[in-house]
Design a protein around this ligand. Structure first.
Ligand SMILES: *[C@@H]1O[C@H](CO)[C@@H](O)[C@H](O)[C@H]1NC(C)=O
Ligand SMILES: *[C@@H]1O[C@H](CO)[C@@H](O)[C@H](O)[C@H]1NC(C)=O
Ligand SMILES: *[C@@H]1O[C@H](CO)[C@@H](O)[C@H](O)[C@H]1NC(C)=O
Ligand SMILES: *[C@@H]1O[C@H](CO)[C@@H](O)[C@H](O)[C@H]1NC(C)=O
Length: 391
């Protein structure tokens, strides 16, 4: 009996030690939460140790303000550890001089990582001075994305806050299976190109319970994305949730199976949008569902725009992108303009399989009813339809 108990204890102890994470605290690698000491090297050393660990690794960033004075890349291709969790209690800041990171593409980059979790923390890229440069019309660098994840798998980001990005806040490019939840993003409503979350060529991205207030799209879904699920997102100010811009390139991968559900847009330029360049392209959108959406004073609550061309780079003047099977279900609230539903497709390439069901949008000014406007859009409408469907 005693031997059995001993055996069980030994098994439990060895099991728990094999499951236990090895912890690396950035402070023990020389990081200082004083806001002034460049902690880039210390973060990289902690990453390198975690990555070399043969067990699951935990990197802890204690409370405090850590300066990451240059662009930093966490590379995963040679990692041994089965997973790495980065638990951030503090704030990571970029230098006040935007030039330190503005030409780097990303400020904080993860490349070819697998099973990485980022939990908590604040990223402050201090983008304000670059926005001023851009809005003054001077010649300025394009700016860095605050957090870029590339060619990675099984990513989890939770409780992370990003403020004042120079350009995009979060970019997910070429990734498989990424789950973002409880993310909070904020930048001024007039900050240029500060998309909240931008997706390119990724599959299986889930965005839950997040709050995005920024100067450009809250979430933008570029070419090559599939199986994207967005639920309980609060967007505003911002330009809404956009599939696009698509169709800039001729050979462009399509977008498939995108869902936005239980989401609120407040004072945004658009609600749910599909936007394509008026250029030749083999791109497509097949299967998008927008449901249980509340619009509060949104300028273009439901919009498909296939003649997007802000500059004179559209020799064709029509978009080659095919749009089909798009569902708008239970979309309600107020529109800041009279045209609450605008489906503007192409004569050569009409939108098909559009379904409107229970769309109840009112023009906020009252007096006049909201209207809908369709061009080359075909599909069905049912249930409550305010404005009257133009399909
Ligand atoms: C991690 O492993 C690589 C390759 O084996 C080595 O070059 C590097 O020094 C190691 N890093 C640490 C912190 O042990
Ligand atoms: C569509 O995407 C969701 C996740 O967003 C996934 O659960 C579902 O299986 C996908 N459907 C198809 C047909 O791939
Ligand atoms: C609605 O939004 C417009 C700007 O798009 C703003 O001028 C107006 O004050 C807002 N109205 C309400 C009632 O919030
Ligand atoms: C038009 O805008 C696109 C996208 O921003 C850019 O790539 C392109 O160079 C611009 N073309 C011209 C002629 O300005």
């Amino acid at each position: 009996m005693k031997n059995i108990v001993l055996l069980v204890v030994i098994i439990l102890v060895s099991l728990s030690s094999s499951l236990a994470k090895v912890t690396y605290n950035v402070a023990s690698f020389g990081a200082k939460g004083d806001g002034n000491t460049d902690s880039t090297k210390a973060f990289l050393s902690a990453w390198s140790s975690a990555c070399n660990s043969t067990k699951s690794a935990l990197i802890v960033v204690p409370s405090g303000t850590y300066l990451l004075a240059t662009a930093i890349t966490f590379a995963g291709e040679r990692c041994q550890s089965s997973s790495i969790t980065i638990r951030i209690y503090g704030t990571l800041v970029a230098p006040f001089d935007y030039n330190a990171i503005a030409n780097s593409g990303d400020w904080i980059r993860f490349h070819r990582v697998n099973h990485v979790t980022i939990s908590g923390g604040t990223l402050d890229a201090r983008g304000g001075s670059l926005w001023s440069c851009k809005t003054s019309g001077k010649n300025c660098p394009s700016g860095a994305t605050s957090l870029g994840l590339y060619n990675s798998k099984n990513i989890a980001i939770s409780g992370l806050k990003s403020i004042n990005s120079q350009m995009f806040h979060i970019l997910i490019d070429g990734c498989i299976n990424a789950k973002l939840q409880g993310v909070s993003i904020s930048a001024s409503g007039d900050s240029p190109n500060t998309d909240g979350i931008h997706l390119i060529s990724s599959t299986g991205v889930t965005i839950l319970n997040s709050k995005i207030a920024t100067g450009d799209d809250c979430i933008s879904i570029g070419p090559g994305n599939s199986n994207v699920w967005m639920q309980t997102v609060a967007c505003g100010p911002g330009h809404g949730i956009s599939i696009g811009s698509l169709g800039w390139a001729l050979d462009e991968p399509g977008v498939q199976n995108i869902t936005v559900t239980t989401t609120t847009f407040r004072g945004t330029q658009n609600g749910v949008r599909i936007k394509t360049w008026a250029r030749a392209s083999h791109g497509f959108v097949t299967g998008a569902v927008f449901q249980h959406v509340t619009m509060v004073n949104v300028s273009n609550p439901i919009i498909i725009e296939q003649r997007y061309c802000p500059n004179d780079s559209c020799p064709d003047q029509v978009s080659g992108v095919t749009i089909k099977d798009v569902v708008y279900e239970d979309i309600h609230g107020t529109s800041a303009t009279q045209v609450a539903v605008k489906l503007d497709c192409n004569p050569g390439n009409p939108c098909t399989g559009i379904r409107l069901q229970d769309v109840n949008l009112n023009y906020i000014r009252g007096g006049q009813p909201a209207v809908s406007s369709c061009a080359y859009a075909a599909g069905t409408a049912s249930g409550i339809l305010h404005p009257t469907s133009c399909l």
